[in-house]
Design a protein around this ligand. Structure first.
Ligand SMILES: [Zn+2]
Length: 135
């Protein structure tokens, strides 16, 4: 799997294996998230997977009180922009905090990646969603 193309479908397959990965350029080592087939820096085709530590710090966050229909049942919930230890940014859901107490969520706080199973209509249709928790 780690040698497969850096597509969103393969990214989701890696998430299902509880691996958080970005695309890395073999020429200039630029990391890209979401993954891309072409390097955003030197435009070389043929990026490769690099597994990430999942450790990062909160750069910004917002509380979603009114969500789209597919996420309405989860509201309110917290969306964070994180700076990962590898230097790239990820936007994801933050769990393990009270969305009704945003004053308890601190810019710069350490967080760690986790993986949440979202059940489908049958076991082989379940998918894994990337989430973050306080470290
Ligand atoms: Zn490059």
């Amino acid at each position: 799997m780690m040698s497969s193309e850096t597509t969103i479908l393969n990214y989701q397959a890696l998430l299902n294996e509880k691996k958080l990965c970005a695309a890395e350029c073999p020429s200039c080592n630029t990391l890209m998230f979401p993954p891309r087939l072409f390097c955003a820096n030197c435009f070389r085709r043929g990026t490769r997977w690099k597994e990430l530590s999942g450790r990062g710090k909160i750069r910004s966050f917002t509380i979603i009180h009114i969500a789209s229909a597919t996420h309405a049942a989860d509201a309110p919930f917290v969306i964070v922009i994180l700076g990962l230890a590898e230097g790239i940014s990820i936007t994801a859901r933050l769990v393990g905090v009270d969305p009704l107490k945003p004053e308890d969520i601190k810019i710069g706080a350490s967080v760690v990646a986790d993986f949440e199973e979202i059940p489908g209509t049958s076991p082989d249709q379940s998918v894994t969603r990337l989430i973050f928790r306080p470290a």
